[in-house]
Design a protein around this ligand. Structure first.
Ligand code: 4NP
Length: 162
């Protein structure tokens, strides 16, 4: 079966995108239906490169059963060859990733996480929780669980159209 390669991108790659990576992997394993994935994450800012996710995000994610073990890295232009979908969290990420795209066709791989949200249809972006309290991390996880379920639906539909 062909693998779909999904890269999640946020600013620091220590809160939102490593959590999204773990949520999508977990949902895909649980749903077990026909979608084979390779999932990774990266940041547009490299200042946290090599770091594990923020401890607040690790704890909040662990409470929902997700183990975050990713080490932060900065997105590079080659990621446009290595991935089929590049899913960004907010408009700042969108602009930065779009500038990095080597071609117009490559830029068509960029999606916004909130495009896939169904329970939270009015959200336009996944807010940066870095300077937020506890609720910020819970909201991020709620949006990521919603969006990742939407991504799986999208991929299943895409496969059945082939
Ligand atoms: P993230 O959160 O983009 O969800 O990983 C942030 C982490 C670090 C910083 C900003 C956002 N920072 O400026 O260091």
């Amino acid at each position: 079966m062909m693998k779909t390669r999904v890269l999640f991108v946020c600013l620091g790659n220590i809160c939102r995108s490593p959590a999204a990576e773990a949520v999508l992997r977990s949902l895909a394993e649980k749903s077990g239906v026909g979608v084979s994935l390779q999932v990774d994450s990266a940041g547009t800012y490299g200042g946290h490169a090599g770091d594990l996710p923020d401890a607040r995000m690790r704890i909040a994610a662990q409470r929902r059963g997700y183990s975050l073990t990713h080490h932060a890295r900065r997105i590079v232009e080659e990621d446009f060859d290595r991935f089929d979908m590049i899913v960004v969290m907010d408009e700042m990420n969108y602009e930065a990733v779009h500038r990095l795209a080597p071609s117009r066709v490559a830029a068509e791989k960029i999606f916004r996480m909130t495009e896939f949200c169904r329970r939270y249809p009015d959200r336009a972006y996944v807010p940066d929780p870095y300077y937020e309290g506890h609720e910020g991390f819970e909201l991020v996880l709620d949006l990521l669980e919603d969006g990742c379920a939407g991504i799986l639906e999208y991929l299943k539909k895409e496969r059945s159209d082939d």
